[in-house]
Design a binder for this molecule. Structure first.
Ligand code: XIL
Length: 354
């Protein structure tokens, strides 16, 4: 499998030197005046050879205060919806890149990379696809065309693809999706091969939730990764969504789990981090949330091939949680007024900033 050298895109050599000197308390010409401006999460992560990312979504890009932080604190961007099937192929064979392109172009303008999300999933599929039956041959052709067309369109413009999203049930059996039911488990290897053909340089990931700690679902990925490797299927990494909730406890085996995937020669990443809580948020819950953000970041830094952390948007103003988990929220490091929460300061601390 391929190896990664995350590039230090935002700092450059001079910037890195200035940051180092500043970190050591030494003033460096014009940078001295900028001393009160603390390094961003991205800059702190880059000191460890990692990225720090955020998801975003098209409707919120008209919010100037929001885009200012999005463009400065992060060096990796994930489109929250814009690259999903319903958005990109709303009618069979008719492709729409409007939303995905808007985010890729914004990221490029801000010198950020893109984790592209997602090609094969059971959710947010267009009606034309879910409202009829397909023969295996028909569905295979539909899937191949979708993957090939979308990955080609973004070829050279994205760092990675979440090729298959959420393929397993909690007990480690395959999720009975349209893909699994019609094509059998081989759809995963096929999808990876087609994606690799369409963009040989993009890092290809499998991505899921509730696999942060060891357990049957995470074990299913471990076995699948071994199988795929044995078959020579192009797989670069496993994405751990990390949609955590205070009431379910912290996944204390996270670091060990990341490490066992590293030992298979795979990259790992925390791809959709949020830490939700039952509302109302209290100082105590926010403090606990901060500890979790610190610990999950430290877990990634402790594992060589954990390449970065992405939050599933950065402000409670645009979090998906309240709409999907009624009564829960306050899951992100910035509050609804875009003010940093204890979790933000905990992230900085975990990344070695002050
Ligand atoms: C979510 C988006 O954030 C929402 O806007 C949308 O309504 C539903 O999907 N796991 C994933 C993401 O892989 O694609 C989901 O994103 C959150 C859960």
């Amino acid at each position: 499998m391929r190896t990664t050298t995350p590039s230090r895109t935002r700092l450059g050599l001079a910037g890195a030197l200035a940051a180092l000197l500043m970190g050591a308390g030494l003033a460096t010409g014009p940078a001295a005046q900028a001393k009160e401006k603390p390094p961003t999460l991205a800059e702190l992560a880059q000191r460890h050879g990692r990225y720090f990312g955020s998801a975003t979504d098209n409707p919120e890009l008209t919010d100037g205060a929001y885009t200012a932080l999005l463009g400065s604190q992060f060096d990796m961007i994930t489109p929250g919806n814009g690259m999903k099937w319903y958005a990109t192929e709303p009618e069979q064979g008719v492709f729409d890149w409007t939303n995905g392109d808007e985010i890729v172009n914004l990221a490029r303008k801000n010198h950020q990379r893109v984790r592209a999300h997602t090609l094969v999933w059971h959710s947010q599929l267009p009606n034309w696809l879910t409202s009829r039956d397909w023969t295996p041959d028909e569905l295979r052709a539909v899937l191949k065309k979708h993957i090939t067309t979308e990955v080609r369109h973004y070829r050279g413009k994205v760092y990675s693809w979440d090729v298959v999203n959420e393929a397993f049930n909690e007990d480690g059996t395959y999720r009975e999706t349209i893909w699994y039911k019609t094509l059998g488990p081989g759809y995963i290897a096929d999808a990876l091969r087609w994606a690799h053909q369409a963009d040989p340089h993009a890092k290809l990931y499998l991505n899921d939730y509730n696999i942060e700690g060891t357990g049957p679902k995470s074990d299913a990925y471990y076995r699948l990764a071994q199988d795929l490797e044995a078959q020579g299927v192009p797989l670069d990494g496993i994405g751990f969504q990390a949609h955590l909730a205070l009431q379910y406890g912290y996944p204390s085996t996270l670091e060990d789990n990341l490490r066992r995937f590293s030992r298979l020669g795979l990259d790992t990443a925390l791809t959709e981090v949020d830490v939700r809580m039952q509302l109302p948020a209290t100082d105590e819950k926010l403090a606990q949330q901060a500890t979790w953000y610190r610990d999950l970041t430290k877990a990634c830094l402790a594992v060589r091939r954990c390449v970065g952390v992405t939050v599933w948007d950065y402000t409670d103003k645009y979090s998906w949680i309240p709409a999907v988990f009624p009564g829960e929220g306050a899951a992100l490091p910035w509050d609804e007024q875009l003010r940093p929460k204890p979790a933000y300061f905990a992230l900085r601390e975990a990344l070695g900033g002050k």
